[in-house]
Design a protein around this ligand. Structure first.
Ligand code: SAH
Length: 253
């Protein structure tokens, strides 16, 4: 029996943001592996086994999935957003790199999903219309000094910046430190947005400026967007403004 492993992106929340190919891979799987809340988002199916786990055991989860695939099972590893962005695709390939050489002969596929920064951008207007970067503020997997260096480099390069993992209960202060660094090197007028739980019932979007923003508005369900020097507001009556980063750099000056 030939097994296989598919790493599937579930998008930021709603079912209608999941690609048909992702739904088909989930339906075809004998075993579903993932962080428990993501596994919970998938309707139960007779005969299908579910293996939910804690968020901190990504590599163990990846090895477990690969072991089952090598035994002939059809495994779907589910991941929030896009599985390639701060998520399970890297964990699976890290496990392959360091693991049983036989795993390299397995059929392993990655099915893309809508990442949080894309969903947030869609709500905000067009903040990612020009060059941007994504930075995870979690220092669980890298030293904070690297984050600080990248923040300064991103500001120096005048990128729009999307922050993933901006805050958690274990590290509530990092987002405040990040804002302090950016306030030291970017204009106070820079548009900033906090896009929380995009696509879910508790969605909340706050549009503000770097000078006015309260970093405490960010939690672990928030994508924080920081504009470049070109990002601006388009005001509209009775609603918070759209964010626009124009396609052409320097045209508005
Ligand atoms: N693979 C995921 C990211 C995983 S890191 C993706 O591509 O989106 C987890 C972080 O993603 C969260 O801390 C938050 O910053 C962001 N995120 C995930 N879902 C979100 C949502 N619905 N709304 C806003 N941010 C979200």
């Amino acid at each position: 029996m030939t097994g296989g492993l598919t790493i599937v992106g579930l998008g930021p929340g709603p079912v209608h943001w999941i690609a048909p190919e992702a739904s088909a891979a989930i339906a075809a799987a004998s075993d579903i592996v993932g962080y428990q809340p993501y596994v919970d988002r998938i309707p139960e199916r007779a005969g299908q086994r579910r293996h939910g786990s804690d968020n901190r055991v990504e590599i163990d989860r990846a090895r477990h999935a690969l072991t089952m695939a090598a035994e002939g099972k059809q495994v779907a590893v589910v991941s929030g957003g896009d599985p390639g962005v701060f998520a399970m695709a890297a964990a699976v390939f890290e496990a392959v790199e360091a693991g049983d050489p036989a795993w390299r002969s397995l059929e392993i596929g990655v099915i893309p999903g809508i990442s949080a920064m894309q969903a947030a951008a869609a709500r905000l207007g067009a903040p990612l219309g020009h060059d941007f970067c994504a930075i995870s503020l979690s220092d669980n997997l890298k030293p904070w000094a690297i984050v600080e260096r990248r923040l300064r480099a991103a500001a120096d390069g005048d990128f729009v910046i999307a922050f993933y993992n901006p805050a958690s209960k274990a590290r509530p202060e990092r987002i405040h430190q990040a804002f302090e660094i950016l306030r030291g090197c970017k204009s106070a007028e820079t548009p900033v947005a906090f896009a929380r739980s995009v696509g879910r019932e508790d969605e909340r979007i706050v549009v503000t400026t770097l000078g006015e923003a309260d970093p405490a508005a960010a939690d672990m369900s928030t994508l924080v967007m920081i504009g470049s020097s070109e990002t601006r507001f388009i005001d509209r009556p009775g609603k918070s403004p759209w964010l626009l980063t124009p396609r052409t750099y320097g045209a508005g000056r």
